[in-house]
Write a protein that binds this ligand. Structure first.
Ligand SMILES: [Zn+2]
Length: 503
């Protein structure tokens, strides 16, 4: 891999740096502010993230969590981090249940026979030999499905139509995703032979969107996530539900947006729709995944850790350029720029390529478990996992003193088009959540413009050509500046309580 950003460029950029910031509250020492700005300027000029992303998506391509391809991606990760000069490069393996896609055949049988573009959802069961052919029951929303009486779907196919709303911050995803995560258990509980949903996405192309289904357990019931019908059914049908999460026994598929429109139009005509669904995917033997780690060891406080990263796995149909090759590329490139400084920052920067995120944040949970004893030394953590669009907002969830410092970091980011967002929230990204839950690790988030993210998310169309190199470089710029300051500033980002771990 060719590196094109010599140290002289960073120093030169630093000389052009913005003045120091003497507004109210915390002030970043001017030399550090200059270095941070120099890193950001270097990031804008660097194509290292592009090189990393091109290499990952071309040389590995799709890399489903737990697959042989994901294992090759881990080796790629080790090679890449080693070539780039990271220290303590390693793989930390964990075992996981493995679901694999099979063949799919979906057609509208009547009243207007035609093929349908669809994909299996992760966790779907194989259909009976020859598939199922049945009348669909049309639900406008997940809530409508949840309100259906027990037994009302016996021998039929549940179809859930609700659309996802496009939004810059992706806030349409959660509501639209409920039919994907828990739709199967609500359908199966009422006797349905299959679940069909409109893809959770915002595009108008004929690519269906896959994604993992939830595996509900007693906690899902306790948290009120299921209807009474589904909760009763779950307890009656899955005897180990207190300990073991349930697996679907029916096929569950998503149809593309235009195909969903077709079903919707036919339904509005008052027609009874018959559909054929045949799938062969399903759960396999337990398999191995792992997190890949590289570090820039802190020069003064090596035991204090700043975690950044992305997830290495992707869905199996695209090459995972935006989800989440971009996050890997951005954080690796940003850390590499920091490593080129004359001396390492005070604290250790740990870059984590999380494994098996898509299939249940398994790498994030494995990390939190493995480092349970040292989460108290995790100063702050953040993951890039929202595509390759520009960062437009910077949020944080750190101590009060740390928040003042983050405000100052935010002022450094302003020239790069980033405004200050939430001061007490925003999370750190999916794989960071387990370490927040287990160890109260403080977080920041460099929020990306996700207006178009769900056009491509989890589709075969998630490929390198969709990434804008300039936007990618802007990400590297703000990640480099922010990560450097988090690792260098003499600020306590943890609150006093958090340092003792959670109660
Ligand atoms: Zn992702």
């Amino acid at each position: 891999m060719r590196l094109n950003m010599p140290m002289t460029a960073i120093v030169a950029a630093a000389l052009l740096a913005a003045p120091s910031f003497a507004q109210d509250g915390y002030e970043i020492p001017s030399d550090l502010a200059e270095t941070a700005t120099g890193l950001a300027e270097a990031g804008l000029e660097s194509d290292l993230a592009w090189q990393v992303l091109e290499s990952l998506t071309t040389e590995i391509g799709p890399r489903l969590g737990g697959s042989e391809a994901e294992a090759r991606a881990r080796d790629w990760g080790v090679r890449t981090l080693t070539e780039l000069g990271f220290e303590n490069v390693r793989i930390e393996e964990f075992e996981m249940p493995y679901w694999e896609r099979g063949e799919i055949e979906t057609t509208l049988v009547s009243p207007f026979p035609q093929a349908v573009f669809a994909t299996e959802l992760g966790g779907s069961a194989a259909s009976p030999e020859g598939g199922v052919t049945a009348e669909i029951v049309f639900f406008e929303s997940f809530e409508e499905l949840q309100a259906a009486p027990a037994g009302s779907l016996e021998g039929r196919i549940a179809y859930v139509n609700d659309r996802m709303v496009r939004a810059m911050n992706g806030s349409g995803y959660g509501p639209a995703n409920r039919k994907r995560s828990l739709g199967w258990i609500e359908a199966q509980a009422r006797g349905a032979v299959a679940l069909v949903i409109r893809s959770v996405g915002t595009d108008s192309h004929r690519f269906p969107h896959t994604g993992m289904m939830s595996r509900p357990n007693q906690r899902t019931i306790d948290q009120g996530g299921l209807s009474q019908v589904a909760a009763d059914y779950l307890v009656a049908t899955y005897p180990d539900i207190a300990e073991q999460a349930a697996r679907a026994q029916i096929p569950a598929v998503a149809v593309s947006g235009p195909d969903a429109d077709q079903i919707e139009r036919t339904h509005r005509m008052g027609e009874t729709i018959e559909m054929h669904v045949a799938t062969s995917g399903g759960w396999q033997e337990m398999t191995t995944s792992g997190n890949v780690i590289g570090e820039i060891v802190g020069r003064e406080n090596p035991d204090e850790i700043v975690v950044i990263g992305g997830h290495l796995d992707s869905w199996d149909e695209g090459t995972g350029a935006i989800d989440d090759g971009a996050g890997i590329a951005i954080t690796v490139a940003a850390a590499r720029l920091i490593a080129e400084l004359p001396e390492n920052p005070r604290r250790t920067i740990r870059v984590v390529m999380f494994g098996a995120e898509e299939v249940g944040l398994l790498g994030g949970f494995a990390y939190a478990q493995l480092y349970a004893d040292s989460l108290g030394d995790h100063v702050v953590a953040s993951e890039s996992d929202f595509g390759a669009g520009r960062v437009w907002r910077f949020s944080s969830n750190v101590s009060e003193a740390g928040t003042g410092a983050m405000d100052a970091v935010g002022r450094i980011l302003e020239p790069y088009g980033v405004i200050r967002g939430e001061r007490n929230g925003g999370g750190g990204g999916p794989d960071i959540t387990p370490m927040v839950m287990a160890g109260g690790v403080p977080t920041f988030r460099l929020e990306q413009d996700g207006t178009d993210y769900f056009d491509l998310h989890h589709t075969p169309d998630d490929t390198l050509d969709k990434v804008d190199p300039d936007a990618l470089a802007q990400n590297v710029a703000v990640w480099a500046a922010t990560t450097f300051l988090a690792a260098e500033l003499d600020v306590e980002f943890r609150t006093a309580d958090e340092q003792d771990g959670p109660n």
